[in-house]
Design a protein around this ligand. Structure first.
Ligand code: GLA
Ligand code: ZN
Length: 682
C-alpha cells in the first residue's frame, strides 16, 4: 500500500476548519487574536472564502481580493495553510436582483425569493456567467500560491430546481438517455399505465408536487438528472479554475448519506473526497457507541469512494451544533473520540465548522474553536488544542489507507427506488438502517467493511453483502454470478432483484437477471408485518437438526423452487416449514439468501461462516469498541476506540501505541472514551 499525500505542502495531518475573517475585517485586533489562538490550538489549515462573495465582489464587476491575500499571507507566515473555496454557496443580493434566474424554483415551479444559501438554479446561464467571473478572478490571483492546498468547490451542493430552464434540460437529458426515441422512454416508464403516455420529450415535466408523481421511472430519472445537474455545475466551476491556471486538487464537501444526489456518480469528477460529520452524541434513543457506528458507516462510505487515498473530514463541530431539535454539548473526551474516529477510518484531516463564532445571524450559537469569550481556556478550546497535539503525535499515519476484504453494496438509486415503491410499509422499509446493521455486525467481529456501489470494482473483496438490492443495474446479475463462481461469498436478502434500472419488474421470479441459479431459489411473495406481528425461524445445525430460534419482524418472503441448502425455515404462519435462510454452492463460492428480516446478531453465524470460508481472521470485540486499520507498505496501524464511558480491556493486542509511545503486550486497557493507535510492522 503506497502512501498517498493529499497535500504536497503538509507533512502530517490537517487540523483546521472554516474561518470567516470577512466578518471581522473592521477588527484587526480580533484577526490577530485568532492567529495567536489558532497556533496555540495546533491548527495548520483554514478553509476560507466559503461565503465571501459579497465581500469579494460587493457590486457587480467590482472585484477586490486584496483582503483575502493579506490574510492568507499572514496565516502562511504563521504556518497555516489555506483551503480556498469558490464562494458559490450563497449569492450576493445584487446578483439575485439583477439575475433572478439564479434563484431556484420550488417543487410547484414557483421562484424563490432572495435569501438563505445553497439554493441556486444550477442551470441558469446568467448565474453561471457570474460564477465564471468570480472563480476566474480567484484562480488567477491564488493559483500556485504557496499557502494554497486545494480548491473547495461551492459548499454542500444540494437540492432540486423546478424552473423552466431545468425542465428543458431535463427533457434534453432524457432524450439523450432514451436515444431520442420517445417510445423507448414510454416502454421504460410503463406509461400506458393510467394513460400517461408521452408523444414527445417536451411534454415531460419534472415531478411537480401538484403534477405527475406516480410514474416511478420519471421520479427516479428526475433524481438522476438532478445529480447530473449539480455535477455539471461543479464540473463547470472546476473547468473555470483549471482554464485560469489552477492546478491544485479539488474537492466538494459531501454530507452524511445525503439523500438528494448520487455521490457515487459525483465522486469521479473531484480529486479528493471530503465530507461533513455532525454526530448526534448523547441523544435519548441510542448509545454513544451506536451513534458513532453510524458515523463509522458514513466514513466507510466516503473512504470507499477513492480507496487508494485518504479522505477529508471537512467539517465537524467543536462542542455542539445549533440546528438540531436539541443542541447538546459533547461531554469531555468526546471531541477527541469523534476526531480520532475520522483518522482511524482513513481521513487525513480533522476540520471544523468553525474557527471563530460569527457574532450575529443564525450560526452565532454554533460551536467553534474560539467562542465569543475569546480566550484559550474554554473547555472546548482546550480539547481542540489537546487534539491538535494528538494529531501531531500520530502524524506518521498520513497517507496510509484501509485495505478491506468485505464490502456492503449501497446504491443511491436503489435507496430512492425502495422509498418510492408503493410496496412494503413506508414505516419500516429502512434500507439505510439495514445496510448499517450488517456493517455493525462485521464491526463487532473486528472486521471493517467498505461501502461501495454495485457498479464499482469488486476485485479486492472476498465477501459482499447486498441487502435489499431491489434495483439491479445492467450487468449486475452476471457480475454477482462471476463473483460467486470465482470463490466469492455473497449474501443477499428479501426484496432483492425485483426490478431493472428503469424500475420495470423482472419477469420470471425474483431475484431476477439470472440470479435464481446463483441463489438456487425463486421468491414468490413478500409479506409485510405490522410492528406487533412476529414470526420465528428455526436455524439448523450442520447435521440438519434444529439448533436455535430467531425472531422475524417486518418482512418475510415465501420462497419456491429451492435447490439451495436450507439453513433455516419458518416456524409459524402460512409460511411454516418453508425455507427462510438458504446457502447455495455456486462455482467455488456460496450465495446466501436471507428471506426475512431478523436482527443481524441473531444470524451472526452467517457472517462467521463467510469469514471462515474466506480465511479472514476475526475476534469478537468488547461492546462499544471499534477497531479500524490503516496501512502503509511497511506498517499497519490499528486504531482501537472505546466509544463507551466504562473502561475496557481488549485481549491479544500487541505493538506500540504511538499516541502514548508505549509498548502494549497482550492486553490493551482503554479508559472511557479512550483511544490507542497500535503500530506493527507488516
Ligand atoms: C454545514 C455548512 C456550514 C455550516 C455547518 C453548521 O456543514 O457547510 O457552512 O453551516 O453546516 O453545522
Ligand atoms: Zn433551474
Amino acid at each position: 500500500m503506497n502512501r498517498t499525500k493529499l497535500f504536497l505542502q503538509v507533512n502530517g495531518l490537517l487540523h483546521g476548519g472554516d474561518y470567516n475573517p470577512e466578518q471581522w475585517l473592521d477588527r484587526p485586533d480580533i484577526l490577530e487574536k485568532d492567529m495567536e489562538l489558532m497556533k496555540k490550538a495546533h491548527i495548520n489549515s483554514v478553509t476560507m472564502g466559503v461565503f465571501s462573495w459579497a465581500v469579494h465582489e460587493p457590486t457587480e464587476g467590482n472585484i477586490n481580493l486584496d483582503w483575502l491575500e493579506t490574510i492568507m499571507n499572514r496565516l502562511y507566515e504563521n504556518g497555516i495553510y489555506t483551503v480556498l473555496a469558490t464562494p458559490t454557496g450563497a449569492r450576493p443580493a445584487w446578483l439575485d436582483e439583477k439575475y433572478p434566474s439564479a434563484m431556484r424554483c420550488n417543487e410547484l415551479g414557483v421562484r424563490n425569493h432572495h435569501g438563505f444559501r445553497h439554493n441556486h438554479c444550477m442551470q441558469s446561464l446568467e448565474f453561471r456567467e457570474r460564477v465564471g467571473i468570480i472563480d476566474e478572478a480567484l484562480a488567477k490571483r491564488f493559483a500556485g500560491h504557496p499557502a494554497l492546498l486545494m480548491w473547495h468547490i461551492s459548499n454542500e451542493l444540494g437540492g432540486y430546481c423546478y424552473c423552466d430552464t431545468c425542465k428543458k434540460k431535463f427533457q434534453e437529458w432524457l432524450a439523450d438517455r432514451y436515444d431520442h426515441d420517445i417510445e423507448k422512454l414510454n416502454k421504460a416508464w410503463w406509461t400506458t399505465f393510467w394513460s400517461h403516455k408521452y408523444n414527445s420529450f417536451d411534454q415531460i415535466e419534472p415531478p411537480y408536487a401538484n403534477g405527475e408523481t406516480c410514474v416511478l421511472g420519471l421520479n427516479l430519472d428526475w433524481k438522476r438528472f438532478s445529480t447530473w445537474s449539480a455535477t455539471d455545475f461543479m464540473k463547470y466551476e472546476i473547468k473555470v479554475l483549471r482554464d485560469s491556471g489552477a492546478t491544485e486538487p479539488t474537492t466538494t464537501n459531501f454530507m452524511e448519506m445525503f439523500y438528494d444526489y448520487d455521490y457515487h456518480y459525483m465522486k469521479d469528477f473531484i480529486d479528493v473526497i471530503s465530507w461533513d460529520n455532525y454526530p448526534e452524541m448523547h441523544n435519548n434513543w441510542q448509545t454513544d457507541a451506536d451513534q458513532l457506528l453510524e458515523r463509522s458507516f458514513n466514513h466507510a462510505l466516503f473512504r470507499s469512494m477513492k480507496p487508494s487515498q485518504p479522505f477529508m473530514m471537512m467539517e465537524s463541530a467543536p462542542g455542539l451544533v445549533n440546528w438540531r431539535p436539541y443542541n447538546k454539548y459533547r461531554r469531555p473526551g468526546v471531541h477527541r473520540l469523534i476526531s480520532m474516529q475520522a483518522i482511524a477510518t482513513g481521513s487525513d484531516t480533522v476540520q471544523y465548522f468553525q474557527i471563530r463564532k460569527s457574532r450575529g445571524c443564525s450560526e452565532q450559537w454554533h460551536g467553534a474553536v474560539i467562542d465569543h469569550i475569546g480566550t484559550d481556556d474554554t473547555r472546548v478550546f482546550k480539547e481542540v488544542a489537546a487534539l491538535g497535539a494528538d494529531l501531531a503525535a500520530i502524524s506518521e499515519v498520513q497517507g496510509s489507507v484501509a485495505s478491506n476484504q468485505v464490502a456492503i453494496l449501497f446504491d443511491w438509486d436503489n435507496r430512492w427506488a425502495i422509498d418510492d415503491a408503493w410496496a412494503l410499509s413506508n414505516e419500516t422499509k429502512n434500507f439505510d438502517k439495514t445496510c448499517m446493521s450488517i456493517y455493525n455486525e462485521f464491526m463487532s467481529l473486528g472486521v471493517e467493511p467498505d461501502i461501495i456501489s454495485s457498479d464499482m470494482d469488486w476485485s479486492s473483496y472476498k465477501i459482499i453483502c447486498a441487502p435489499m438490492l431491489y434495483v439491479l443495474h445492467d450487468g449486475i446479475g452476471s457480475k454477482i454470478a462471476d463473483f460467486v463462481e470465482h470463490g466469492g461469498e455473497f449474501m443477499s436478502t428479501y426484496f432483492t432483484g425485483y426490478v431493472d434500472k428503469t424500475l420495470l419488474a423482472n419477469l420470471g421470479g425474483f431475484p431476477g437477471d439470472g440470479l435464481e441459479k446463483v441463489f438456487g431459489l425463486r421468491s414468490e411473495e413478500i409479506d409485510t408485518l405490522y410492528p406487533d406481528d412476529k414470526n420465528h425461524i428455526t436455524v439448523f445445525d450442520k447435521t440438519g437438526k434444529p439448533s436455535f430460534s430467531v425472531e422475524v419482524s417486518d418482512y418475510q418472503e415465501l420462497l419456491r423452487d429451492v435447490t439451495a441448502e436450507v439453513l433455516a425455515s419458518y416456524d409459524e404462519d402460512y409460511l411454516k416449514g418453508t425455507p427462510a435462510i438458504t446457502k447455495n454452492s455456486y462455482g467455488r463460492g456460496h450465495a446466501y439468501y436471507v428471506a426475512c428480516r431478523t436482527s443481524q446478531s441473531d444470524i451472526e453465524f452467517i457472517y462467521r461462516e463467510m469469514l471462515e470460508a474466506s480465511n479472514i481472521a476475526y475476534t469478537k470485540l468488547p461492546t462499544g469498541v471499534e477497531k479500524h486499520s490503516r496501512y502503509t507498505e511497511e506498517f499497519r496501524y490499528d486504531f482501537y476506540l472505546n466509544c463507551d464511558t466504562k473502561p475496557v480491556t481488549i485481549p491479544n493486542v500487541n505493538g506500540v501505541d504511538i499516541l502514548t509511545n508505549t509498548s502494549i503486550e497482550d492486553t490493551l486497557t482503554l479508559d472511557g472514551y479512550g483511544i490507542a493507535v497500535i503500530k506493527n510492522h507488516l
